[in-house]
Write a protein that binds this ligand. Structure first.
Ligand code: CP
Ligand code: NVA
Length: 301
């Protein structure tokens, strides 16, 4: 059975540890030599596109980027037909989509691994880099407490699942009305994810090893910017909130940051911020994941 990566728990905890270990070393083998990786984007990207392209090259492969206007999933042709065609050319099909279900539909018909590069529901490939960064910066994952301040969105869901798989836990603080959806709660329960929720950012931050935040309005929610800025007032990660965390706590953000909204410049650029090592780890974790999936597909065939 080919392995897909639509959410962090598509890996077992042991496989997740293996991917993080692979990400910690340069590529040992050109497992993608003379093979392609399709990168379909329905939304913009900097980190994800670049890290996936370079990771593919590091493994000896050829990345092929498909622009949002070219993707045409279910408009130019069906999601299933796109997957059935691309799997004849590429070793991996990776996609950034609005509806998570499009990834599930691709995975249902694809004979090559399908990778989630972000959907409205989940952002698991970011979490691989986040776990690697916490392991490097805090020195461990087991027993680590991460306080996520902001919107209980795709990022928060995948982070909760990934942290739980490593013996860490997530506290989420969000304004009333911006908690996890019923579907997300059901998915978190299915993953047995350890999440505490509050509407008090200081309560979540108190004693935490990591403060993490993400945009108050995600890609596709730009029309809600004004409302969300009003509703999230008081949820900015600033120096005052950082001071509630553990004395050596680090600050993380998946980026892109809306500076002055979810985090202040003093925190983003401050001594505890690891946002750029975190962003650079996207390359290493993407390479680790691709290597794992391609090897697994090779073993399965
Ligand atoms: N964090 C992240 O996925 O960044 P991009 O949207 O720039 O890819
Ligand atoms: N929650 C954000 C993450 C961006 C990497 C979004 O979906 O736009």
């Amino acid at each position: 059975m080919v392995r897909h990566f639509l959410e962090v728990d598509d890996l077992t905890p042991a496989e997740l540890a293996t991917v993080l270990d692979m990400a910690s070393h340069p590529a040992t083998d050109l497992v993608l030599a003379r093979r392609g990786v399709a990168l379909l984007f329905e939304k913009p990207s900097a980190r994800t596109r670049h890290s996936m392209e370079i990771a593919t090259i590091e493994l000896g492969g050829h990345p092929l980027y498909v622009r949002p206007e070219e993707v045409g999933l279910d408009t130019r042709e069906s999601v299933e037909d796109v997957a059935r065609v691309l799997m004849g050319y590429h070793a991996v099909i990776a996609a950034r989509v609005f509806e998570h279900n499009k990834l599930e539909r691709m995975a249902a018909v694809s004979s090559v691994p399908v990778v989630n590069l972000l959907s409205d529901d989940a952002h698991p490939i970011q979490v691989l880099a986040d776990l690697l960064t916490i392991r490097q910066q805090v020195g461990r994952l087991d027993g680590v407490t991460v306080a996520y301040i902001g919107d209980a969105n795709n990022m928060a869901r995948s982070l909760a699942i990934g942290l739980s798989m490593c013996g860490a836990r997530l506290r989420v603080a969000y304004p009333e009305g911006y908690g996890f959806s019923e579907a997300a709660l059901a998915r978190l329960a299915a993953a047995d994810a350890d999440v505490e929720a509050t509407t008090d950012p200081a309560e979540a931050a108190t004693g935490a090893d990591v403060l993490y935040t993400d945009a108050w309005y995600s890609m596709g929610q730009e029309a809600e910017m004004v409302t969300r800025r009003r509703d999230f007032a008081g949820f900015q990660v600033d120096n005052a909130l950082m001071s509630a965390a553990a004395p050596d706590a680090i600050f993380m953000h998946c980026l892109p940051a809306h500076r002055g909204d979810e985090a202040s410049d003093e925190v983003l650029d401050g001594p505890r911020s690891v946002i750029f090592p975190q962003a650079h780890n996207r390359l290493h974790s993407a390479r680790g994941l691709l290597e794992f999936l391609v090897r697994a597909a090779g073993n399965a065939s």
